[in-house]
Write a protein that binds this ligand. Structure first.
Ligand SMILES: [Zn+2]
Length: 61
């Protein structure tokens, strides 16, 4: 699975993104880190909408 950094536009593999985030204190960190600029992104668009729903629910209540 190839990931394109939305910040600098560099394309890298999911594996490369995980190893770039190797120093992360969270062992089960799901974020993908760009090896070029260090920009962190969430690999699946589905999880992004999950967080969006979570925040919109919190705002209303
Ligand atoms: Zn980047």
């Amino acid at each position: 699975m190839m990931i394109k950094c939305s910040f600098c536009g560099m394309q890298f593999t999911e594996e490369q993104g995980h190893s770039a985030c190797g120093s992360c204190p969270l062992s089960n960190c799901k974020l993908i880190k760009c090896p070029n600029c260090g920009y962190e992104s969430i690999p699946e668009p589905a999880s992004l909408s999950f967080f969006k729903n979570l925040f919109s629910k919190k705002k209303k209540t």
